[in-house]
Design a protein around this ligand. Structure first.
Ligand code: DI6
Ligand code: FE
Length: 410
């Protein structure tokens, strides 16, 4: 009779648990057991129960390899049609953003390509991007809508997001981003478009179970604070949490608006003020830093990292994977950029792509290695946590587990 109560026992691991007070929550020469998709036991190998080997259906000795929680990418626009590589080429050959936009480029070109693609085409185009993030350790992905800007295309985007999670066996959380850009057909009727989003599209997609959170692009080139408030009011009436692209290019006090609605996160934040930091701290709103967009746009204004630290605002880091301002397919590289460009410590950056990123999605069942957490974890080819931010480039993953199941990353 099988007496095993553990599915798998990993021993001889360097465990970065991000749980407890030690730097990285580190446990040297540790052991971790999984059962039923959860972590059943974790601690120093020397403290394993005497019958540990008998309890485990299988045992793997890791010779000191680093084990972390599965990485959480809490801000992506991963589903979209076409790409903007040609614009990258035009820009590097001297074309301005304005010239490209006037020629139909920018978000408008991605909206056109997304509307023209059917669900299978969108899925086929997004799958390699999701696999690339998975191959670098991501086990939970947030994926936004926002390139459809009308009901059927927004629905297609969110259905593809759900399909990606099912196909790859990883967690997916969706965010509705109807207020991402004004579609051409509403160029003369902003109010009409905001009403369409709030009164028609969002309620319909929420009723179909496609929306986990509501986001908006609160910016001079996006939507105003008042327009953002309208979609937040609708989200609240539907019982959906909110998050926001806030203070990316200017200060519209979007972060304070998220805090007013007890929102999950404010994202970008290069122009975040001290008042905005205080508002976020008072409500536990997570600051999501997006160094990929900062890098690709060659920004110079840094987010107020010192103020966020001083006020104890949890900082997350994400790829913001999108075709225009952050075509970034490695969350680990985003963590490295957060260190090099934003001066986060490696521990801050790694908390930013694990436990704090999970909190930015309203998830408390993942992001740390602790008994009862989902068995979402990565076994790395390195021994020290800081190496995950230090090495530039991929190939450091040895194994990925999601819900206790080994995930193929090739
Ligand atoms: O250019 C794109 O396709 C998206 C830009 C992206 N969206 C947003 O809200 N902020 C950004 O940087
Ligand atoms: Fe974004």
């Amino acid at each position: 009779m099988n007496t095993a109560s553990w599915d798998l026992l990993l021993t001889g691991a360097t465990l970065a648990t991000f749980d407890g007070g030690q730097p990285y929550g580190l446990i040297e020469d540790g052991a971790l057991a999984m059962a039923g998709g959860r972590i059943a036991w974790i601690g120093p190998r020397a403290q394993l129960p005497a019958d540990a080997q008998a309890r485990a259906a299988s045992v793997e000795h890791l010779d000191g390899a680093l084990v972390t929680p599965g990485l959480v990418d809490c801000h992506t626009h991963l589903v979209f049609g076409g790409d903007r590589a040609h614009e990258f080429d035009l820009r590097l050959n001297g074309a301005s953003y304005e010239e490209i936009a006037r020629a139909g480029g920018g978000i408008a070109s991605t909206v056109k390509a997304t509307r023209e693609a059917d669900e299978d085409e969108l899925f086929t185009q997004a799958l390699p991007r999701a696999r690339a993030l998975l191959a670098d350790g991501v086990t939970t992905l947030e994926i936004k809508s926002g390139y459809g800007l009308e009901l059927e295309s927004e629905r297609r985007m969110l259905r593809v997001a759900r399909r990606l999670g099912e196909a790859l066996g990883i967690g997916v959380r969706t965010s509705f981003l109807g207020l991402h850009a004004l579609p051409a057909e509403y160029r003369e009727d902003r109010d009409g478009y905001v009403a369409l989003v709030c009164d028609r599209i969002l309620p319909a997609l929420a009723a179909e179970g496609l929306v986990d959170a509501v986001d908006a692009f609160c910016e001079g080139i996006g939507f105003t604070r008042e327009e953002t408030r309208r979609v937040f009011e609708r989200a609240r009436s539907l019982g959906l949490p909110v998050k926001l692209h806030a203070e990316q290019l200017s200060n519209l006090e979007g972060a304070a608006l998220v805090a007013e609605y007890d929102g999950l996160s404010a994202d970008h934040l290069e122009y975040l003020s001290e008042d905005g930091v205080r508002a976020m701290a008072a409500k536990g709103t997570v600051a999501v830093l997006l160094p990929g967009a900062f890098y690709a746009l060659r920004e110079t204004k840094l987010p107020p990292i010192a103020a966020l630290r001083e006020h104890g605002v949890a900082m997350a880091v994400a790829t913001d994977c999108n075709p225009g301002t952050s075509p970034l397919l490695s969350l680990r590289l985003a963590a490295g950029m957060a260190c090099t460009l934003f001066r986060l410590t490696p521990e801050e950056a790694l908390r930013g792509v694990t436990v704090h990123a999970a909190r930015a999605l309203g998830l408390d069942d993942r992001g740390t290695l602790a008994v009862g957490q989902r068995a979402d974890l990565v076994v790395w080819q390195v021994q020290r946590p800081a190496e995950l931010c230090y090495w530039i480039g991929g190939g450091l993953v040895r194994a990925v587990y999601c819900g206790g199941r080994r995930i193929e990353t090739a």
